[in-house]
Design a protein around this ligand. Structure first.
Ligand SMILES: [Zn+2]
Length: 238
């Protein structure tokens, strides 16, 4: 990617970029909606795409959130498999926080799509929404209605019990969200993000998140068994 100063000595103009609206070849960085987009010098149109350097940063950030999310889900699932109901508050707090962090992180990626607040939401990362949505639903083997129901459950739990507190949310969510679709949707999103990073020559992340999660799960199971066994029989603390 090369960049030069424009002829009039003013804004930075990126080469090899054309305006989507007028076809002109002078585009420059333009800040809008809190994002670093491209703007056309000739016609003034603001492009949907982020500047390449911010695009890469955005994609790296999504990978970090996804990684934290899937690890939290696997950790929660493995610990619950070993002991679904440990008496010690030490463990109960950890279990509860793992659930809350998983939902919070998922909502950064799939919850509200307002660009200012959620630059990592899939709709702000992949601008062809129909293509992403079709791929996601095919991957999950569900339709829009089922997705909407899951989305509402996660978002209501996040808004009513994790990020804020809403007494009426207790009635709306009588039980905790199930994290199966959160995990699967994360695998799908990750695949798209890693492919997008590859277009910038960035290949440092494992391509298959599901596979690396399986290895993480095995390790967590081993550690979790030892840790829960080590505290078994201890008296519940205050
Ligand atoms: Zn233009």
């Amino acid at each position: 990617m090369s960049a030069t100063r424009s002829r009039r000595g003013g804004p930075l103009v990126l080469e090899n970029h054309r305006c989507q609206k007028c076809g002109g070849d002078e585009v420059e960085p333009y800040e809008e909606h809190g994002g670093h987009h491209l703007g056309c010098v000739q016609c003034g149109a603001v492009h949907d795409e982020l500047l390449p350097i911010y695009r890469v940063k955005q994609l790296h950030t999504v990978v970090m959130i996804l990684t934290n999310l899937v690890r939290s889900v696997h950790l929660k699932q493995q610990l619950s498999l070993i002991d679904p109901n440990p008496p010690l508050n030490f463990w109960r707090v950890i279990y509860g926080n793992l659930m809350d962090v998983s939902v919070l992180e998922w909502c950064k990626l799939f919850g509200s799509d307002h660009e200012l607040n959620q630059p990592t939401h899939w709709k702000n990362v992949f601008l062809d929404h129909q293509d992403f949505r079709d791929g996601l639903f095919q991957h999950l083997q569900i339709d829009q209605e089922k997705w909407d129901a899951y989305w509402t459950r996660m978002k209501t739990y996040r808004d009513g019990q994790v990020a804020h507190y809403d007494f009426s949310a207790e009635k709306k969510i009588p039980y905790f969200p199930v994290l199966d679709l959160a995990l699967e949707s994360s695998y799908f999103y990750y695949g798209r993000v890693v492919s997008a990073l590859q277009q910038f020559g960035i290949v440092e992340y494992p391509h298959d998140l599901r596979k690396s999660c399986e290895e993480f799960s095995v390790s967590v199971n081993e550690i979790g068994k030892k840790a829960l066994a080590a505290t078994a029989g201890m008296r519940a603390e205050g």
